[in-house]
Write a protein that binds this ligand. Structure first.
Ligand SMILES: NC(=O)c1ccc[n+]([C@@H]2O[C@H](COP(=O)([O-])OP(=O)(O)OC[C@H]3O[C@@H](n4cnc5c(N)ncnc54)[C@H](O)[C@@H]3O)[C@@H](O)[C@H]2O)c1
Ligand SMILES: N[C@@H](CCO)C(=O)O
Ligand code: NA
Length: 428
């Protein structure tokens, strides 16, 4: 490496992902230097507790509790602490002094990405976060670079492994949500507090990041219409399956004439759709672009090694640019987002109703749909001794506003006991 630049790398955090990043930086130092055109010298690892039990292969002298001190000496900072603060403050400090930053922190980027990207541009630094969306899957760089000459029209992803594991297990075993969640926790997929996963918030952060890059704008996680999977029942899953569909939690970013829509909800996907084949805790992102057509990216969305792979790809990309002294691209954010109101979003719906099993019921229900301008594609009825009569109605395309008023009117019907579920249908 004589004559080549030597970059000082600071690692913040030595948890699931950080420990693997440290291992790769040390084990593959020569190869990484050759690929980067610059040496990558790990100068320290910021941790909370110096005495915690760690991989013996990581030299003890690298550990420090002084994160700000480490950042002050670094050319490249890898933030793998998670959470909003102090991660945000540390990233801002690094960028402000011209150090480039790699992070896997989707929650932070989805809220503060615009601010931090601006700070990076202002100080000639780079900010990369491939690990933040769909773990190991290369998705942000394909969207930002490979498809930079195309127009992306829709991104639809299974970007949360925990919820895909739960929905997949419900689909294959017929089990109830609560039982599968307990299994996911026992297997270590779901957090002890799984709210961000099952509530859809983790997917919403990823949706915001995907939408921002796909549509050259800035969408924050607060602007994503979000619904999780806690209300999905075994009966919904079984009825969807009988109709040829599987239920998946989707993060969707879509561009229409009037604006863009970014949303997360459990949706029915036809079994023949590529996203229906994503099982267990795997992730996949389906991208539709005007010229490329349909693309799908698939792989491990989480885990120490897979996520470290995405982090290291960003580290090498950053190092190459620094080594080449190449001017840094200032990103492609150009427009403020024209976000559509949720009410204006157009999709197909699947509505489950518990109804009276008597003459005239179907006619009364069909009338309500007709009065609200929502066209029915198909309807199926199941009657059993315990649950009574249940109807599942699939509609043609309609707006959320029309759906909401239809559901309200259905609830008021004498023939309807209750609305069991309302879900969207996505994909062709
Ligand atoms: N684990 C995954 O599969 C995965 C996948 C994609 C992205 N990510 C993201 O990567 C980041 C790291 O995730 P992880 O799974 O490694 O988390 P983790 O909880 O295993 O590790 C974080 C580590 O940082 C330490 N830490 C927290 N605050 C600190 C502070 N102020 N100073 C020093 N140390 C501190 C914690 O003690 C812990 O050891 C998160 O932003 C996460 O969202 C993780
Ligand atoms: N909790 C996340 C981790 C990866 O971001 C998941 O289940 O996919
Ligand atoms: Na990724």
């Amino acid at each position: 490496m004589s004559g080549e630049k030597n970059l000082k790398v600071a690692l913040l955090g030595c948890g699931t992902v950080g420990a693997q990043v440290a291992r790769i930086l040390l084990e593959d130092a020569n190869e990484l230097a050759a690929r980067s055109g610059a040496g990558l010298q790990l100068i320290g690892i910021a941790v909370r507790n110096l005495d915690a039990k760690r991989d013996a292969a990581l030299p003890q002298e690298l550990f420090t509790t002084d994160a700000p001190g480490l950042i002050a000496q670094a050319d490249v900072v890898i933030e793998l602490l998670g959470g909003m603060e102090p991660a945000g403050e540390y990233i801002a400090a690094a960028l402000s002094k011209g150090a480039s930053v790699i992070t896997g922190n989707k929650a932070l980027i989805a809220l503060k990405g615009a601010e931090l990207n601006a700070l990076a541009s202002q100080h000639g630094a780079q900010l990369r976060y491939e690990a933040a969306v769909a773990g190991a899957i290369p998705i942000l760089r394909p969207i930002a670079d490979s498809l930079a000459g195309d127009h992306i029209t829709k991104v639809m992803g299974i970007v949360n492994g925990t919820t895909n594991f739960i929905l997949d297990a419900m689909d294959t075993t017929g089990a109830a949500f609560d039982d599968v969640l307990a299994e996911a926790q026992a297997l270590g997929y779901a957090e002890a507090d799984p709210t961000a996963d099952v509530g859809g918030h983790d997917a919403a952060a990823k949706a915001a990041i995907l939408a921002s890059l796909a549509f050259h704008t800035t969408v924050s996680s607060e602007q994503v219409s979000t619904q999780g999977i806690t209300e999905v029942t075994a009966a919904d899953v079984a009825a969807a399956s009988a109709a040829g569909y599987v239920i998946k939690l989707l993060a969707i970013a879509e561009r229409a004439e009037a604006g863009i829509s970014v949303r997360v909800y459990p949706a029915l996907v036809r079994r023949s759709h590529p996203l229906a084949t994503v099982h267990g805790a795997f992730n996949a992102v389906f991208v539709e672009a005007e010229n490329a057509g349909d693309l799908m990216f698939y792989g491990a969305g989480a885990g120490g090694n897979p996520t470290a792979s995405a982090v290291m790809g960003d580290v090498v990309a950053v190092a190459r640019q620094i080594a080449a002294g190449a001017p840094l691209p200032n990103g492609s954010v150009s427009q403020a987002p024209r976000l559509l109101d949720f009410e204006a979003i157009d999709t197909r719906y699947w509505i489950g109703l518990s109804v009276k099993d008597q003459p005239g019921v179907l006619a009364a229900i069909a009338t309500v749909f007709g009065e609200h301008g929502v066209s029915i594609e198909s309807m199926s009825q199941q009657v059993d001794a315990e649950a009574g009569a249940q109807l599942r109605i699939l509609t043609h395309q309609g707006t959320e506003a029309a759906l909401a008023s239809t559901v309200e009117a259905l609830t008021a019907l004498d023939a309807v006991h209750c609305v069991l579920s309302v879900m969207r249908v996505e994909g062709n």
